[in-house]
Ligand binder design. Structure first.
Ligand code: COA
Length: 342
């Protein structure tokens, strides 16, 4: 008699809740062009952005994170999670982390809560950490949030950054399940290269230069060598996407939907071409949101689910790139019955 294998599939993190929130104030390119040396046409053609949502001064990252988290938890039908991980480059304060504050406001008393700082890759990094906790049995459920108030760290007078970034938040609930179930996250591929740490950075306000405005008041804002970032982004996203697809046992060109970090429409198009994925399989919301850093991927997941761009059984590949440089990608088969709330 031939022995048959009935091994139980590995424990894995499944996507069971999805939510997002955008500040209501919309700023279009003509608003920027009225005070900066730029044009609506330049921003549309070079970046693919027509407008962005910006938070009012009194709104902090935690406020947006709470709104997205409430929607994700309602979407999952849960009132409790075992851990809260917040990906952000714009915490409310240097100390403490913003995640404990968010957990408290959600009524999640005493759950572990911490921030992940990996810039625009932060959401996929945080998802990988949460999936690891679930895989290890340390947590049964996790809330992963990407939230950013980029307008707090962007110089409104800098035409090389002000048109690019926007504010917002997105969140997911991950729940323990099995690796062969729809919604289960596949292996993560990720990496970093600190040689390029100053390609996108804020010079002041950290331990290197504690005074935010040492030498120049603009040192509290993001400085960026955009063209260098663009070239690395295309190369790294294409590479890490291929790695994640291969780790899942997929051919990358067979992916049904590529959810790529919304940094520049030209970056997304170049990555899709490099991977052999046709443009209609690459949803986008950059035109109306800009680059929302760590919030970009959960916001795009949420909007794509609502638009029915994401449907049950599709093979979905998430891929991101950000300051550091950092990059990360993972996969999932889209689950049925998941209702995104926004
Ligand atoms: N309006 C008009 N002209 C602008 C401009 C603006 N808002 N910003 C820059 N320019 C000018 C530059 O001064 C330069 O002029 P010059 O040729 O006279 O020197 C020209 O446009 C080209 O600049 P360059 O930086 O080479 O353009 P680019 O094609 O690389 O596009 C970015 C600039 C910033 C849009 C692009 O590099 C980009 O999107 N980079 C990635 C940024 C990013 O994603 N950051 C976050 C990472 S997650």
């Amino acid at each position: 008699m031939t022995a048959q294998s009935h091994a139980t599939p590995a424990r894995a993190a499944r996507l069971t809740g999805l939510g997002s929130w955008l500040p209501p104030r919309q700023v279009d390119n003509s608003d920027l062009a009225s005070r900066l040396d730029t044009t609506d046409e330049w921003i549309r053609t070079r970046i693919g952005i027509a407008g962005r949502h910006l938070a009012d001064p009194a709104v902090a990252t935690s406020d947006m994170a709470v709104e997205a988290a409430l929607r994700a938890m309602k979407s999952a039908g849960v009132e409790h999670v075992d851990a809260v991980i917040l990906a952000t480059a714009t915490p409310d304060h240097h100390v403490p982390g913003t995640a404990p504050l968010v957990a408290h406001r959600l009524g999640l008393r005493q759950v572990p809560a911490f921030d992940v700082g990996a810039s625009c890759s932060g959401f996929v990094y945080a998802t990988a950490v949460a999936a690891g906790l679930i895989h290890a049995g340390t947590a049964g459920t996790a809330l992963v949030i990407g939230a950013e108030k980029m307008s707090a760290i962007i110089d409104p007078a800098d035409r090389s950054t002000a048109p690019i970034f926007g504010d917002g938040a997105g969140a997911v609930v991950l729940t323990a399940g099995h690796a062969d179930e729809p919604g289960a996250l596949g292996p993560v591929a990720w990496g970093s290269d600190g040689e390029h740490a100053d390609a996108i950075y804020i010079p002041g306000g950290g331990s290197r230069h504690p005074s935010p405005s040492t030498g120049d008041h603009r040192n509290r804002f993001v400085h960026m060598r955009g063209n260098e970032v663009l070239r690395h982004a295309v190369r790294r996203i294409s590479y890490v996407a291929q790695q994640a697809a291969a780790a899942a046992g997929w051919q990358v060109q067979d992916v049904d939907r590529l959810i790529v970090h919304q940094a520049n429409a030209r970056i997304s198009a170049a990555v899709a071409t490099a991977l052999g994925i046709s443009p209609e399989r690459v949803p986008s919301n950059i035109a109306h949101l800009g680059n929302t850093s760590a919030a970009s991927i959960p916001l795009l997941l949420s909007h794509s689910a609502i638009d029915r761009e994401l449907r049950a059984s599709q093979r979905v590949l998430l891929a991101s790139f950000g300051a550091g440089f950092t990059w990360a990608a993972t996969t999932l088969v889209w689950p049925s019955g998941l209702q995104a709330l926004t």
